[in-house]
Design a protein around this ligand. Structure first.
Ligand SMILES: *Cc1c(COP(=O)(O)O)cnc(C)c1O
Length: 240
């Protein structure tokens, strides 16, 4: 068997394994597995591997850098999957992000909201779904807004013409023991619930984008509706 075929078989098996774990975690917390969207994080992996993932049934792909995503999306095809931007976005790349991505998980300032809204108008894009990224661990290295900035950013999104607030996202500090991430996931859910009561997601329920390879099971138990899983599907990341 060629090594490409071998990789593709391994990828299928890993993907199946992730899906069955999602199902077990969902059922264990009395949730519908279908209520949890798997976003396969393909950063650092080449377009060829991304195509194999799509052939294996992946419908949602996550990338964290606009430039890397651009060449990959051009190779793979914009229409072949839903593309999620999950990394910090510099405002000078807002327009390219609007061209390339279906949804932005990493909105982290009112200024960026204005830039994205403006870029949507320039690109004739009617609606861009966004999630606000929260920094709940107060880590200098991570982007995201502080809880106390959240109401202001929610308002700037909801006052914009073309952005639609669909949920919240977080990346908790890394803990060897995933259980220790649980309070961060629970906090994001509380913040989401409060915004939902205030009808800040319009008719929507408010997505919770949380959980990566080592902690997505805990995140699902705490209500994740989108898990962003890279390593468990694609293996170790390639050097960029
Ligand atoms: C890379 C990345 C992931 C996926 O990480 P894994 O540990 O490989 O599953 C999820 N979310 C964000 C924001 C990332 O940058």
């Amino acid at each position: 068997m060629s090594s490409a075929a071998q990789t593709s078989d391994e990828l299928r098996l890993r993907l199946q394994d992730v899906h069955s774990r999602i199902e077990i975690a969902a059922k264990g917390s009395h949730r519908e597995p279908a209520a949890i969207k798997l976003v396969a994080v393909s950063k650092t992996h080449p377009a060829e591997v991304v195509r194999q993932a799509i052939d294996a049934g992946v419908a949602d792909l996550g990338e964290n850098r606009v430039q890397e995503a651009e060449s990959k999306i051009n190779e793979v095809g914009r229409e072949r999957a839903r593309w999620h931007l999950i990394g910090h976005l510099q405002s000078n790349k807002a327009r390219r992000a609007v061209q390339l991505f279906d949804v932005v998980h990493s909105l982290d300032s009112a200024a960026l909201a204005r830039k994205l809204d403006h870029a949507c108008r320039e690109e004739n894009r009617d609606v861009l779904p966004v999630l606000i990224q929260l920094d709940l661990g107060h880590e200098a290295t991570k982007s995201g807004v502080d809880e106390k900035e959240l109401p202001g950013i929610v308002d700037s999104v909801n006052e914009s013409e073309r952005l639609r607030l669909v949920g919240l996202m977080t990346l908790p500090p890394f803990f060897e023991d995933a259980e220790l991430a649980r309070p961060y996931f629970a906090r994001l859910r509380e913040l989401r619930d409060k915004l939902r009561e205030q009808k800040k997601f319009g008719d929507g329920e408010g997505e919770l984008s949380m959980g990566m390879t080592h902690d997505y099971l805990v995140a699902i138990e705490e209500g994740a509706t989108m898990v962003r899983v890279g390593t468990a599907i694609f293996g170790q990341r390639q050097p960029r």
